[in-house]
Design a protein. Structure first.
Length: 309
């Protein structure tokens, strides 16, 4: 009978198109994945892949075999992972992606309690401002906003991603606060420029009455990182529009003040994303539930809502 390692190496290599990508997902070396697949081919007596220096391509027999075992393999893996839950001992590496600022501010403080409750889980977290491919890169979960819900992924909303206008008290000293969002154009603007398109995105702001107004900040300073925008605003360099979650600690400390209260732009939701499976691994299911409960307990959905002045 084939080992689970051989079957998993084959399926992940087929999904990612190469031994190296499959190895990263499985926490193995490319050589080990290649050996596992070669052993599977030898035991089955068929060639599963056409190999080239650039990529792997499934043979016709490989396509049939992948179709036959893929779903069964996922269910078998999930079943094995879930057995630990019955003993109260979820285990294994928990690989999670999240933005640097948001992750350090709101998710990292949850880790000590989570690991105390589940000591056999090992955290492997990556803090980066990019959208990862959960399936191809082998992540258990990702946390953030504006992540495309690719096939095979599901999400659980944690809080709204509302954008508000802020400035420091020192910058606003002697200046008349704007009466509505159109007045923001009179100030020095600290804007977000996409690192990919180099464009500055403008979002319409709205209020509780349903009024909308497009805001065009004067691009005096442009950054591609929300924490840099916050810090520039704290330093008194101008007005910025930022997701409330990033500005919250500065608002609570008084380092920033909110302009045009109750006006905000809706950037969607901050969510936790994970792979959809009939039986989710225990470590992932418990982590998703733990984070969601922590956000509920700390009222982050309410505290991140821009509609609340």
């Amino acid at each position: 009978m084939e080992t689970l390692a051989n079957l998993e190496s084959f399926v992940r290599s087929a999904e990612t198109g190469g031994f190296s990508a499959a190895a990263r997902r499985l926490s193995l070396t490319p050589a080990a994945v290649s050996r596992n697949v070669a052993m599977l081919e030898r035991n089955l007596g068929i060639r599963l892949f056409q190999r080239s220096t650039r990529k792997l391509t499934l043979t016709e027999a490989g396509e049939r075999f992948l179709h036959a075992i893929r779903n069964n393999l996922d269910e078998l893996q999930a079943s094995i992972a879930s057995v630990a839950t019955d003993r109260g001992e979820p285990a294994g590496v928990l690989k999670v992606s999240m933005g640097m600022t948001f992750g350090v501010e709101y998710i990292l403080p949850l880790l000590p309690e989570f690991l105390k409750n589940y000591p056999r889980v090992r955290a492997d977290w990556q803090f980066e401002n990019r959208q990862v491919d959960l399936i191809a890169e082998g992540f258990d979960a990702a946390i953030g906003g504006g992540i495309d819900l690719a096939p095979g992924l599901v999400s659980r909303v944690l809080a709204p991603a509302h954008i508000i206008a802020v400035a420091s008290p020192s910058y606003m000293k002697g200046r008349t606060p704007p009466a509505d969002p159109s007045g923001l154009a009179a100030f020095d603007g600290i804007v977000m420029r996409s690192s990919k398109t180099r464009r500055v995105r403008e979002r319409p702001m709205r209020n509780a009455a349903g009024d909308e107004m497009t805001v065009s900040l004067k691009p005096t300073i442009a950054f591609d990182d929300p924490e840099a925008m916050c810090q520039a605003a704290v330093l008194g360099m101008g007005v910025t529009q930022i997701v409330l979650a990033h500005a919250l600690r500065h608002l609570e400390s008084g380092a920033l003040v909110r302009l045009v209260p109750q006006w905000y732009a809706d950037a969607g939701a901050i969510s936790i994303y994970y792979v959809s499976r009939t039986l989710m691994p225990a470590k992932t299911r418990l982590f998703v539930d733990f984070v969601a409960e922590a956000f509920r307990r700390q009222r982050f959905a309410e505290r991140f809502a821009g509609s609340i002045g």
